[in-house]
Design a protein around this ligand. Structure first.
Ligand code: KIV
Ligand code: ZN
Length: 405
C-alpha cells in the first residue's frame, strides 16, 4: 500500500483562527503530541508574522526529532528568510512558500498580473531551495484558479525546485469530483516530474474531509489537516476523520497513513485542554457521542456484536470505553449491562422493577445519571428483599454502590 503523508497545520492554520491561539509552551506541548501521534510534517507557524511566531517555530524545530518541521512564507524574500531563520535548528526542515493563483486574488488582493505571480513564484521557490533541503509550494485559492494557468504554475514551481505541490481549496468551495479532476489535470501536466501532490481543504461547505479523500483517490500523497478540524472560518479537514476514514475504508483508497490510531483521542483531548474549546458531542470520531448508544435496538445489537453499530472500535482510537447511555429509548438488556458495569447487577423481577423506574425517570428528565441508576438499583433490591419470604434487613447491597454514587 502507498503511504499518504499527514501534514498537520494545527499550529499554523488552526492556531490563526479566533479562539485557538496558543502560547509558545502550549505549541511545544502540542508539537510533542503530534510527533507521538505519528504525523509526517508539523507546520509550526508563519515566522514573518511576529517575533513570537518565529521563536515558537524555532522551539518546535529544536524539539522535534522525527517529523519534518514546516514554516510558512509568502513568495517574498523577507518571508523566506524568516522561515529559514526559524527552521535553523530543525533536523528535517521544510520551507512552505505560497502565493495566490486565482484571478480574484491576483487582481483584488495582490494587484499583480499572472505573469508577475509566475515570476515571483519561480524566484522564491528557487531561492528557498538554495537554502533548504525541501520546499513545498502552495497555490492559494487553487480551486478557483484557471486550470491551465494553475498547471503552468505547478510545472514552473516543480522546475524551480519544489518537491511538494499543494493545491488548496482555500475557501472551501470545491466538490469531490471537481477537486479530483484538478489533481488529475495537474498530474498529467507534470509528466514524469518526481513531485508529490498535496491536498489542503477548508470546511466552509462541510466537504473538507470528502474533498481530501477525493484528492487521495486522484493521486495526492500528502494531506494537510488539523486536530479537531480547527482552522480559518469553518476549519480545515479534520485529521482524525480523514485518517480514520483511510483506516476503515483502506480497501477503497489503497493508501495508509503513519498515524498511530490509538493516540487520536488523547491528541484531540490535549488540543481541547490547551485551547479551552471542547469538541461538539456529535463530532465524528472524537465527539462524546461518537461511541455512545442510547436507542434500545442499537444497545441490544452492540451487546451482541459491536460491529452492528460501530465501524471501528473505540479502543483502537484510544477512547477509554464505549458508553451505553441509559435513556427513554433503552432496553432491558442495556440496563442490565450498565448496572453490571456499575457493580449492581440485577435480574428477573428486580431488574424489571428497576427498568420501570428508570423509564419513568427518563420520561421526566433529560439524563439518567449513573448516580440515578445506582439509587434505583439499590431501592429495587431492597424492595425485593423486603417482600421475599424470610427476608433479612441485611440484604446485600453492591459493594460499589456507595462509590459510584
Ligand atoms: O488555505 C490556504 O490556502 C492556506 C495556504 C497558505 C496553504 O492555508
Ligand atoms: Zn488554509
Amino acid at each position: 500500500m502507498d503511504t499518504v503523508r499527514i501534514f498537520d497545520t494545527s499550529l499554523r492554520d488552526g492556531e490563526q483562527s479566533p479562539g485557538f491561539s496558543m502560547t509558545p509552551e502550549e505549541k511545544l506541548r502540542l508539537a510533542a503530541q503530534l510527533e507521538e501521534l505519528g504525523v509526517d510534517v508539523i507546520e509550526a507557524g508563519f515566522p514573518i508574522a511576529s517575533d513570537g511566531d518565529l521563536a515558537a517555530v524555532r522551539a518546535v524545530s529544536r524539539q522535534t526529532r522525527r517529523a519534518q518541521v514546516a514554516a510558512l512564507a509568502r513568495a517574498a524574500q523577507a518571508d523566506v528568510d524568516a522561515a529559514l531563520r526559524a527552521l535553523e535548528p530543525a533536523l528535517h526542515p521544510r520551507v512552505h512558500v505560497f502565493l495566490a493563483t486565482s484571478d480574484l486574488h491576483l487582481e483584488y488582493k495582490l494587484r499583480i498580473s499572472r505573469g508577475e505571480a509566475l515570476e515571483r513564484i519561480c524566484r522564491m521557490v528557487r531561492y528557498a531551495r538554495e537554502h533548504a533541503p525541501e520546499v513545498e509550494f502552495s497555490a492559494e485559492d487553487a480551486s478557483r484558479s484557471d486550470p491551465e494557468y494553475l498547471a503552468e504554475v505547478m510545472v514552473a514551481a516543480a522546475d524551480a525546485g519544489a518537491t511538494i505541490l499543494n493545491l488548496p481549496d482555500t475557501v472551501g468551495y470545491t466538490t469531490p469530483e471537481e477537486y479530483a479532476a484538478m489533481f488529475h489535470h495537474v498530474r498529467e501536466r507534470l509528466g514524469a516530474r518526481d513531485v508529490a501532490l498535496s491536498a489542503h481543504c477548508h470546511n466552509d461547505l462541510g466537504l473538507a474531509v470528502a474533498n481530501s479523500l477525493a484528492a487521495v483517490a486522484a493521486g495526492a500523497r500528502q494531506v494537510e489537516c488539523t486536530i479537531n478540524g480547527i482552522g480559518e472560518r469553518a476549519g480545515n479537514a479534520s485529521l482524525e476523520e480523514f485518517v480514520v476514514a483511510l483506516a476503515v475504508r483502506g480497501e477503497r483508497f489503497g493508501v495508509r497513513s503513519n498515524i498511530q490510531l490509538d493516540k487520536i483521542y488523547s491528541s484531540s483531548r490535549l488540543l481541547s485542554e490547551i485551547t479551552g474549546v471542547s469538541v461538539p458531542p456529535n463530532k465524528a470520531v472524537v465527539g462524546a457521542n461518537a461511541f455512545a448508544h442510547e436507542a434500545g435496538i442499537h444497545q441490544d445489537g452492540i451487546l451482541k456484536n459491536p460491529l452492528t453499530y460501530e465501524i471501528i472500535s473505540p479502543e483502537t482510537l484510544g477512547i477509554p470505553a464505549r458508553k451505553l447511555v441509559i435513556g427513554k429509548h433503552s432496553g432491558r438488556n442495556a440496563l442490565r449491562a450498565r448496572l453490571e458495569e456499575l457493580g449492581c447487577g440485577l435480574s428477573g423481577e428486580t431488574l424489571q422493577a428497576a427498568y420501570r423506574e428508570v423509564m419513568e425517570l427518563a420520561d421526566r428528565s433529560k439524563n439518567v445519571s449513573d448516580r440515578d441508576l445506582v439509587g434505583i438499583a439499590i431501592r429495587a433490591r431492597r424492595a425485593a428483599t423486603a417482600t421475599a419470604p424470610h427476608s433479612s434487613s441485611s440484604g446485600s447491597e453492591p459493594a460499589t454502590a456507595g462509590s459510584a454514587a
